[in-house]
Design a protein around this ligand. Sequence first.
Ligand code: CAA
Length: 241
Amino acid sequence: MSRVALVTGGSRGIGAAISIALKNAGYKVAANYAGNDEKAQAFKEETGIPVYKWDVSNYQSCVDGIAKVEADLGPIEVLVNNAGITRDAMFHKMTPEQWGEVINTNLTGLFNMTHPVWTGMRDRSFGRVINISSINGQKGQMGQANYSAAKAGDLGFTKALSQEGAAKGITVNAICPGYIGTEMVRAIPEKVLNERIIPQIPVGRLGEPEEIARCVVFLASDDAGFITGSTISANGGQFFV
Ligand code: CAA
């Protein structure tokens, strides 16, 4: 029987590629999204993947949204915490709101989403939690004190939780994408992207969302059961840990 996978931020960018790759690999997939109804509906029509709207920064919304997905598709066995936002600003210009929005979505969102599925995964002795962190959580990035802090926090969360899940058949891993050609990266000022970022990527190009999705499909598989607490860096050689 096919497993059920839930992808947060699963209707756009890297998340859309992950949802599609998991569907093509035989999973029953649900894609969560927060804001863009039009894009989410278009994604649903194109792919046949059901979409569910809630904000991962709100715990009760996650509890309610997960209950709806589980009622429709069955218990969630694979959770991909992909939803993330940027509010880039040099630190001297960063507002408490820009700090708070990014921490609440990109870090607290992992608690909010994982906590409601964790007991079920423990009870069924199987689970896969895959957290999409970032190269900028590993190396830090000017203009992203908020984002880098949250994404580094995601790695600590991954390592701690993997130790709790290990004896229960649950693996918890992270992927750190480098600069991938999504709307989020294309929003970077063109001059900065072309002159400061792309020249630092040894393979000489932005990554493709599908290159991250393939890592997710591997980590979700039964074959990856001995890999937990680890981080896959997919960044074109830009940064080695
Ligand atoms: N690397 C090196 N230098 C950078 C830089 C970067 N990533 N970003 C900005 N700079 C430099 C600029 O070139 C500029 O230098 P000069 O004065 O010598 O030209 C200086 O820093 C100030 O930059 P701005 O003039 O752009 O200042 P600003 O206040 O208008 O904007 C900023 C600052 C919001 C940080 C803007 O530069 C920016 O958005 N930078 C990109 C930050 C970034 O890399 N974000 C990653 C987004 S993608 C993502 O987050 C996905 C992921 O996981 C990888």
